[in-house]
Ligand binder design. Sequence first.
Ligand SMILES: Nc1ccn([C@@H]2O[C@H](COP(=O)(O)OP(=O)(O)OP(=O)(O)O)[C@@H](O)[C@H]2O)c(=O)n1
Ligand SMILES: C[C@](O)(CO)[C@H](O)COP(=O)(O)O
Length: 230
Amino acid sequence: MDKGWGVVIVAAGRGTRMGTTESKQFLLLQDKPVFIHTLEVFAAMDEVSEMVLVTGAADVERCQDWVKEYRLESHVRVIPGGKERQHSVHEGLKALGTDWVLVHDGVRPFINREQIMGCMKAAMSGGAAVLAVPVKDTIKQVNAEGVVTATPDRSSLWSIQTPQAFRLSSLLIAYESADRDGFLGTDDAMLAERQGMSVKVVEGSYTNIKLTTPEDLEYAAFLLKGEKKR
Ligand SMILES: Nc1ccn([C@@H]2O[C@H](COP(=O)(O)OP(=O)(O)OP(=O)(O)O)[C@@H](O)[C@H]2O)c(=O)n1
Ligand SMILES: C[C@](O)(CO)[C@H](O)COP(=O)(O)O
């Protein structure tokens, strides 16, 4: 029997680039913590059978309280993460018992069902898929002296987002291999690519931002106002 889809939402980072006292995943957007906005999108999907929220060890209890407050306790388990994003994702993967997995950043609250479904469908036909958008700027490679060394052809460059979708057993093998080799990647697909897996890119939306630096909060408030009007 197909054991369906599990979701790992990572929210164990410190948000150093945001520079706030409170970690960015716990900041309020229209009175609701950022990570709750994110959880609610996945919790509303019948296609999702298991969901794990990975947070800092010191934040597990207050996250459980928030999860109860927003009536998500039947959907979400809260577990402690690790030092880097990759370690947190690995903890989440080990906690799941599904056939397929979506990995998503807790600080990308503007994801929607349509984009998630696109990613799931592409993974089920090809094994792995990531949401992404074509880059809008010209990208240059620059050396330590601040001098341009190359201008890659923009038509082949994409800005990679989450969710990223995989067969759980394959991604676990990729994570174990990275762990053994001391390899640290900046997204989940990088680890799958190391195993020779083919990763399909699914075009998403420029509004699926990762809250990273202070100006992102103003844009997030603007986006949320627009959502409420619809
Ligand atoms: N040890 C870590 C580090 C990051 N993350 C999560 O990974 C996502 C994307 O990471 P990023 O934006 O880099 O978050 P931070 O590490 O918190 O930010 P910064 O690098 O500015 O400190 C976030 O939801 C973050 O909470 C995590 O679960 N565990
Ligand atoms: C996984 C990710 O969100 C894809 O864009 C991103 O790579 C996370 O990177 P960060 O260094 O943790 O911001």
